[in-house]
Design a protein. Structure first.
Length: 371
């Protein structure tokens, strides 16, 4: 943590005014819960790919809409919004201005989704880390409170919010993806509040997703916030999120799947119910199977039975769910549920093919409040 920043601590008593999500009718748009997918194409394309080659064509979003998708969580790499200059380090990158050409490309993706009737959650895909985003640690990365300062977080999120604050196609912002436990619970809680304050400082009223931390158990919301939600939002539009994957993400073997993932989901749902907050499963995924796939149809059926129960429980708790993932750049990736017939960068065919996971996803689509 940088000099002059307050030391965050767990509250001694819960402030009842911070416990509810308030009026999130704009976010839900008449739905009890929203269902969709993560669009991961921007993460698959690393540094050096021209901005003009990035993103999904309109046909991808039209295809997803035809399958019943109402919301996408669009993963956006922080390290492309602020690139490390040649010969520089992470701090040099964080001190760069936001790449407005890249931001406009993101805006075009949001517009295309909106044209298909899909709203977007912009996910700044980092773990309170930079340039480390998803996957294994990247040498030279910095963490919130250890190189990433309050000013850095305020700059990136106020810039994003300034661009999208009046955009009706935005459903929400996901401020940090899978915050790394190395950051520290108190530090993460402090910086998540910094991000929320930065967004609200622009006059932006969109909902904001706040995640638990990346770990099997100790980083989950019931563990890090047993006293309840910690974010203070004048609008009360905070949506708390967790991610769920089975211990194995490969071939389904019945005796190895104990239902732990279902227990974790119920614990999450109970936490959301207890504290009366709107919650979302930001990511859930399992391996495809069937003809032409790495794993058998029997494996796919095993996973389908498990995650049919998962989605049924999510229905009961009225949790939003965005499956991980969809992309028009890669046809094969075990967890991808929606893929292109002709992959490429730029996307050739766009997303036009559904894999085995879609059978479960599409049995549990968004539900309107009046249904």
């Amino acid at each position: 943590m940088t000099s002059g920043e307050p030391s965050p601590t767990a509250p001694e008593a819960v402030d009842d005014t911070a416990l509810t999500t308030g009026d999130d009718a704009e976010y839900l748009a008449g739905y009890e819960y929203l269902r969709g997918v993560n669009v991961y194409s921007l993460i698959f394309t690393g540094k050096g790919v021209p901005v003009t080659a990035l993103g999904e064509p309109q046909s991808s979003y039209d295809f997803l809409a035809e399958r019943g998708v109402k919301i996408v969580r669009l993963a956006v790499p922080w390290q492309r919004l602020q690139e490390i200059p040649d010969g520089g380090d992470a701090i040099d990158g964080l001190n760069e201005p936001v790449d407005l050409e890249y931001l406009e490309m993101v805006a075009e993706q949001v517009s295309r989704a909106g044209a298909a009737g899909i709203r977007t959650v912009i996910d700044l895909h980092n773990g309170c880390t930079y340039p480390w985003g998803a996957g294994a640690p990247i040498e030279g990365s910095v963490l919130c409170g250890q190189g990433i300062t309050e000013a850095h977080v305020t700059h990136i999120w106020s810039t994003i919010a300034e661009r999208f604050r009046d955009d009706p196609n935005i459903a929400a912002y996901n401020i940090f993806n899978e915050p790394r436990f190395q950051v520290g619970v108190d530090v993460y809680m402090y910086y998540s509040q910094v991000a929320v304050d930065a967004i609200r400082s622009t006059g932006d009223t969109h909902s904001i997703w706040v995640e638990g931390m990346l770990s099997d158990e100790r980083g989950r919301l019931a563990s890090i916030a047993p006293w309840g939600p910690w974010i203070t939002d004048p609008l009360g539009r905070i949506i708390y999120s967790e991610h769920f994957y089975a211990d194995s993400q490969l071939e389904y073997i019945a005796e190895e799947e104990t239902g732990t993932i279902l227990t974790r989901l119920r614990t999450f749902g109970d936490w959301c119910t207890r504290w009366e907050v709107h919650c979302a499963v930001g990511e859930v995924g399992w391996a495809a199977g069937g003809p032409g796939e790495q794993f058998s149809r029997e494996s796919a059926d095993g996973w389908a039975a498990l995650f049919e129960e998962f989605y049924t429980i999510a229905d009961q708790y009225k949790l939003d769910v965005t499956y991980f993932a969809a992309s028009g750049t890669h046809r094969f990736g075990m967890l991808l549920a929606y893929v292109p017939s002709e992959p490429g960068i730029p996307a050739r065919s766009g997303i036009d093919t559904a894999r085995s996971q879609a059978e479960v996803i599409e049995r549990h689509l968004s539900k309107r409040a009046e249904e």
